[in-house]
Write a protein that binds this ligand. Structure first.
Ligand SMILES: Cc1cc2nc3c(=O)[nH]c(=O)nc-3n(C[C@H](O)[C@H](O)[C@H](O)COP(=O)(O)O)c2cc1C
Length: 403
C-alpha cells in the first residue's frame, strides 16, 4: 500500500528511520516527506535509502507530477512521526507552506500523528486546543508517552516507540473505513492459459493491471478482497504485496479459475470478473511436446468450449450478491461498444457489465483505458477515459453506490 511518512523537526526523527524500515519490510510503497527542520536531525540520503523512494521537502520539486497533491491523493495512510508542536499547529490551521502541509490537505486517507515535544510544550493550552481540533477531524493520535525527555527532564511528551506506531499503522491500514468496509469481494485479474502440450499454451494479452486496480480500489474503500490472479506478472502483483486486505490466489487455466471462483464466490458480497478467460481449450493436452516431425507440415488443433464461469456464478449466486462481468470487445462495422456490452450483459445475466474496446494498440498492456459500465436496464451508468486506476475507481464507486 502507499504510505506517506511525514517527519518533523524533533530529536525523535531518528526513531522514525526504524518505522520506515518496518513499513518497507511489510512490502508497502513508502514515501517520506520531511520538513526542512527534520532534515537538520536526519539527512535526506538516509530517508531515500531506507524508503527506496525519492525524497523532497518542497512543493517546487518534481512539479510536472504535481507532487504537492499527488502524494496525498495516492496515499492509503499518512503518518506524521514525530509530530512537533509547530506542525500540529500548522495542521490545525490548515497551513500548506511545504510539501508535508499540501500533502496533508490533499489527502482523504486516514492520518495518524505521533506527537513528541517537551512536557511544557505538550501541556500548553495552544497545543492541547490544536490536538483537540485534529482529533475532532478524525486524525488518530498515538502517544505521547510519559518518560525521559531529551533535556534530561521527564514527563509526558516522549514519542511512542516506532514498533508501537507501526502496529497502529498496520491496524489502520487493515481496517479500512470506506463504503465497502465489512464487505468481502472476489476479483479476478489477468488472462487464463490453456495448455497445448507441456511447453505451449493458448493465452491472451491481458496483463492483469485493470483487475489489480479494481482490487486496490475496493480495498481502499475498506473491502476484504480475494484476488484470483491468472498469470499476472510479479511486477503487476507487487502493487498488492503486503496489503493486509488483499489475499492473492494464483492460478493458470480456466479450469483452475472456475475451481477457485466457485470455492470463494458463496462467501462474498461482490464478484468482479475482470480476468480474460479463454473461450476454448484443448480437449486433451498432449503429454509430450508436439514436434515438427509429429505434425508433418500442418498442425491442426481442435478446441472445445470452456465452461462459462460468469454464467455459472450468476446461476448459483447467493442472496444480495452483486456480480459484475467484464468484456474486452472489438466492435465491427455498424456495431458499437455499448451495443456489444448490452448484448453480453443480457447473455450472462450479470448485474453490471464493464466493457472496454481492445485492439493491437488499445486496452492491453497499456495504462490508459476507456471503460463503459452497463446495468440491468441497459443503461450506461458510468463512462470513463483515463488510467486503469481511474477506470477502476469509477467502476468500484458505481458498484458501491448500487449496493
Ligand atoms: C535539538 C532540538 C530538538 C527539538 N525537538 C523538538 C521536539 O521534540 N518537539 C517539538 O515540537 N519541537 C522540537 N524542536 C523545535 C522544532 O525543531 C521547531 O519548532 C521547528 O520549527 C519545527 O519545524 P517543523 O514542525 O516544520 O519540523 C527542537 C529543536 C531543537 C533545536
Amino acid at each position: 500500500m502507499f504510505v506517506v511518512v511525514g517527519v518533523t523537526g524533533g530529536i525523535a526523527a531518528y526513531k522514525t528511520v526504524q518505522l520506515v524500515r518496518l513499513l518497507v519490510k511489510d512490502g508497502h510503497d513508502v514515501h517520506v516527506i520531511p520538513t526542512d527542520d527534520a532534515l537538520r536531525f536526519v539527512g535526506l540520503p538516509t530517508w531515500e535509502a531506507i524508503s527506496r523512494n525519492p525524497v523532497t521537502t518542497s512543493v517546487h520539486d518534481d512539479v510536472a507530477r504535481v507532487r504537492h497533491v499527488a502524494l496525498g491523493q495516492q496515499a492509503d495512510l499518512v503518518v506524521v512521526a514525530p509530530a512537533t508542536a509547530n506542525t500540529i499547529a500548522k495542521m490545525a490551521a490548515g497551513l500548506a507552506d511545504d510539501l508535508l502541509g499540501t500533502t496533508l490537505l490533499a489527502t482523504q486517507a486516514p492520518v495518524v500523528i505521533a506527537p513528541a515535544m517537551h512536557t511544557e510544550m505538550w501541556q500548553h493550552p495552544a497545543t492541547q486546543a490544536n490536538v483537540d481540533t485534529l482529533m475532532s477531524r478524525g486524525v488518530h493520535m498515538i502517544g505521547p508517552e510519559a518518560g525521559e525527555l531529551t533535556g534530561g527532564d521527564s514527563g509526558p511528551g516522549r514519542m511512542t516507540e516506532p514498533e508501537r506506531i507501526h502496529e497502529t499503522v498496520a491496524r489502520e491500514l487493515a481496517r479500512g473505513s470506506g463504503e465497502a468496509a465489512g464487505q468481502q469481494w472476489l476479483v479476478t485479474a489477468g488472462g487464463t492459459r490453456e495448455p497445448i502440450d507441456p511447453v505451449r499454451f493458448i493465452g491472451n494479452r491481458s496483463s492483469g493491471r485493470q483487475g489489480v486496480e479494481v482490487a486496490l480500489a475496493a480495498a481502499r474503500r475498506g473491502a476484504e478482497v480475494t484476488l484470483i490472479a491468472a498469470n499476472v506478472s510479479p511486477e503487476v502483483l507487487a502493487q498488492v504485496a503486503g496489503d493486509p486486505r488483499i489475499r492473492v490466489v494464483e492460478i493458470m487455466s480456466t479450469d483452475d479459475l472456475e475451481r477457485a471462483a466457485s470455492a470463494h464466490a458463496p462467501s462474498v458480497d461482490v464478484v468482479v470478473m475482470a480476468a480474460a478467460v479463454a473461450d476454448y481449450r484443448m480437449p486433451d493436452v498432449a503429454h509430450e511436446k508436439i514436434t515438427k516431425e509429429s505434425a508433418e507440415g500442418t498442425l491442426r488443433l481442435e478446441l472445445v468450449e470452456t465452461t462459462d464461469i460468469l454464467r455459472g456464478l450468476v446461476a448459483s449466486r447467493v442472496e444480495g450478491q452483486t456480480i459484475v462481468g467484464f468484456a474486452a470487445e472489438t466492435p465491427g462495422e455498424g456495431e458499437t461498444l455499448v451495443g456489444r456490452a448490452i448484448a453480453k450483459r443480457r447473455r450472462k445475466g450479470a448485474d453490471l457489465l464493464a466493457a472496454n474496446e481492445v485492439g493491437w494498440r488499445k486496452g492491453f498492456e497499456q495504462d490508459e483505458n476507456h471503460l463503459v459500465v452497463i446495468d440491468a436496464a441497459d443503461a450506461v451508468v458510468a463512462e470513463v477515459q483515463g488510467t486503469k486506476r481511474d477506470t477502476a475507481e469509477a467502476l468500484v464507486a458505481t458498484i458501491c453506490a448500487r449496493r
